[in-house]
Write a new protein. Structure first.
Length: 470
C-alpha cells in the first residue's frame, strides 16, 4: 500500500495539471454586437463608401459570413434568439418590453457552469424588460423576480460610446487568473439618432443602393448612417488593441454581428432583406483560416450553439439553433433548408400603427422569400425615422408624383399591404416584384406557405395559419 501512494499522488497531480491546462486552453470569447446594422454596410462587404479598417482587418484575419440573418427585425426578440439559441416564438419574446423568462437557459450561463467568467456591457442588452416602465410593470417585475441578468452573469454593466471600452477593461481586470472569459459588448452605433458628423462621407459622393431613391435627403441620411458605422469601427479597433496589449488576441474567439437590420428604408421593423440580413465576422486562428468566406445560411439562433461548440460545451437540450463551427473550418454543408423570422410589437407604447405593432412572418432561403402579413390592413409606418427629413421628403415626392415608380408602387405607400408577398430574391434582391398569386409561381409559393404553416404549428404561433381549410 505504501508503495502505491507515491504513484497515486503523482497520478492525481498529473490529472489536476491536465484539468487546469484543459481549462486554460478553452478560447476566450468576445461577442461584439452593433445596433441596427445591415449588410453591406462594411468595407469588407464591398461597400466602397465605408471607412472600416478595424472590422475589415478582422475579416481578413478570419471569416466573413455572407448569409447571416436575425430571427426578427427588432433588437429585443432578435437578442432573445442570440442568447437562447432558440427562435422568438419558442422563447415567447414577441412583446418588446418582455424580460427573458428566468427558466430559459442562455449560452453564457452554460459557459459560466463550464468555468468561464462571463459578462455583458455597453448599450442595453434589452432582455430584462424595457427601460421605461410604468409602476404597474415595475411592481410585477419585482414580485416575480423577472429581471434576471445580474444573476445569469458575473459582470453586468451598461453605458454607451467610449464607456464600452472602459467597461471591457474593468471586466478584463476582474477575470480570475486561469479562467477563460466571455464578454458580450453592445454598441449603440449605428442606431438612430445619427450623431457622428465628423465621420460622415460627402453625401454627394456616396453610391446609393438600388433599393433607395436618389434624393438629396436620402443621400444625407445614408451618409449619416455610414458615419455612425465608421465611428463604431474606430471604437471596436480600440477594444481589439486592448486584447493585443494584454496578450489575449490570438486565444480569443472574436465575433462581430449586427443585432438586426438598419433603420433605413424597408429595413428595421420589416421582413425585407434590409431588416434581417446582418454582417457577421468571426476570428479565431486556432480554427479559422484567415481571409475566408462562408455562404451557408445562418440564423441568429445558431450563434449560441456555435460558441458552445467551439468551447467544447454541449448545448442545452432545448436549443434548436445549429452550430456552424464546421463552416468556420471550411465545410460548406448547409444547416438549414429554410430560415424563419417574425415581427412583433416594437417599443412599449400602444399599437397605433404598424411600427408599434405588427405580426408578419417570413420563410426564405437563398432563392425565394414568402412574407405573410396577417395585419395586412395596417399600412406601412417606418420604425425610428418617421420624423426624419428623409421620410418627409419621400412622402412629398410621392404625393407630387415625382418619386420613381418602383418606389411609389411598393407597400410603403399603399393604404393596405398584400396578405402575401413572394419574391424571387435571386433575380430580384431588392424585393420589388411581388409574385404572389402568379400562376407560374403558385406551386413554389405553396411550398413556402407549407413550410411556414408547419413551423408556426410546431412553435404554437398565435397568428392564424397561412393555409386555410379546404
Amino acid at each position: 500500500m505504501k508503495n502505491i501512494l507515491p504513484f497515486l499522488a503523482c497520478f492525481l497531480f498529473l490529472l489536476n495539471s491536465y484539468s487546469k491546462t484543459g481549462a486554460a486552453e478553452k478560447p476566450n470569447i468576445l461577442f461584439l454586437l452593433s445596433d441596427d446594422h445591415s449588410v453591406p454596410y462594411l468595407g469588407c462587404y464591398g461597400n466602397q463608401d465605408m471607412e472600416t479598417p478595424s472590422l475589415d482587418k478582422l475579416a481578413s484575419e478570419g471569416m466573413l459570413f455572407n448569409h447571416a440573418y436575425t430571427t426578427a427585425p427588432q433588437c429585443v426578440p432578435s437578442r432573445s434568439s442570440l442568447l437562447s439559441g432558440r427562435n422568438v416564438l419558442d422563447v415567447q419574446m414577441l412583446r418588446f418590453s418582455a424580460p427573458l423568462d428566468k427558466d430559459i437557459i442562455t449560452f453564457p450561463e452554460l459557459l459560466r457552469e463550464a468555468g468561464y467568467y462571463t459578462g455583458v456591457c455597453g448599450r442595453s442588452y434589452h432582455l430584462d424588460g424595457s427601460g421605461k416602465k410604468p409602476w404597474e410593470t415595475i411592481d410585477v417585475f419585482k414580485e416575480f423576480g423577472m429581471e434576471t441578468f445580474r444573476k445569469r452573469m458575473d459582470y453586468v454593466n451598461q453605458g454607451i460610446g467610449d464607456k464600452v471600452l472602459v467597461q471591457i477593461k474593468e471586466f478584463l481586470d476582474e477575470v480570475p487568473k486561469g479562467k477563460p472569459f466571455f464578454m458580450w459588448a453592445n454598441y449603440s452605433d449605428p442606431h438612430r439618432p445619427f450623431t457622428a458628423p465628423e465621420f460622415e462621407p460627402d453625401p454627394e459622393k456616396i453610391t446609393l443602393p438600388e433599393g433607395m431613391p436618389d434624393t438629396k435627403e436620402v443621400r444625407k441620411d445614408l451618409a449619416a448612417h455610414i458615419g455612425e458605422i465608421n465611428r463604431l469601427d474606430l471604437r471596436i479597433g480600440q477594444v481589439l488593441d486592448e486584447l493585443k496589449q494584454r496578450g489575449l488576441y490570438n486565444n480569443t474567439l472574436v465575433i462581430f454581428m449586427g443585432d438586426n437590420g438598419a433603420a433605413l428604408l424597408r429595413g428595421k421593423g420589416t421582413l425585407y432583406d434590409c431588416g434581417l440580413h446582418v454582417p457577421l465576422i468571426a476570428r479565431y486562428p486556432e480554427l479559422i483560416e484567415p481571409g475566408t468566406k462562408s455562404d451557408i445560411l445562418i440564423s441568429g439562433g445558431d450563434l449560441g450553439p456555435t460558441i458552445l461548440d467551439v468551447a467544447g460545451i454541449k448545448p442545452d437540450k432545448q436549443m434548436t439553433g445549429k452550430s456552424f463551427k464546421h463552416a468556420m473550418q471550411g465545410d460548406e454543408t448547409e444547416n438549414h433548408e429554410y430560415l424563419f423570422a417574425v415581427r412583433g410589437a416594437h417599443g412599449s407604447g400602444l399599437p397605433g400603427n404598424s411600427s408599434a405593432f405588427d405580426l408578419s412572418r417570413t420563410v426564405f432561403n437563398k432563392e425565394y422569400k414568402l412574407i405573410y402579413n396577417p395585419l395586412f390592413h395596417l399600412s406601412y409606418h417606418p420604425v425610428d425615422f418617421a420624423g426624419s427629413e428623409m421620410w418627409k421628403e419621400m412622402i412629398q415626392l410621392h404625393e407630387q408624383g415625382k418619386l420613381e415608380e418602383k418606389f411609389s408602387h411598393t407597400t410603403i405607400f399603399s393604404p393596405e399591404r398584400p396578405m402575401f408577398e413572394f419574391f424571387d430574391i435571386k433575380n430580384d434582391p431588392d424585393e420589388f416584384v411581388n409574385l404572389s398569386g402568379k400562376e407560374e409561381h403558385k406551386k413554389r409559393e405553396h411550398e413556402f406557405k407549407t413550410q411556414l404553416h408547419r413551423w408556426m404549428i410546431i412553435y404554437r404561433d398565435v397568428v392564424p395559419l397561412p393555409i386555410p381549410p379546404n
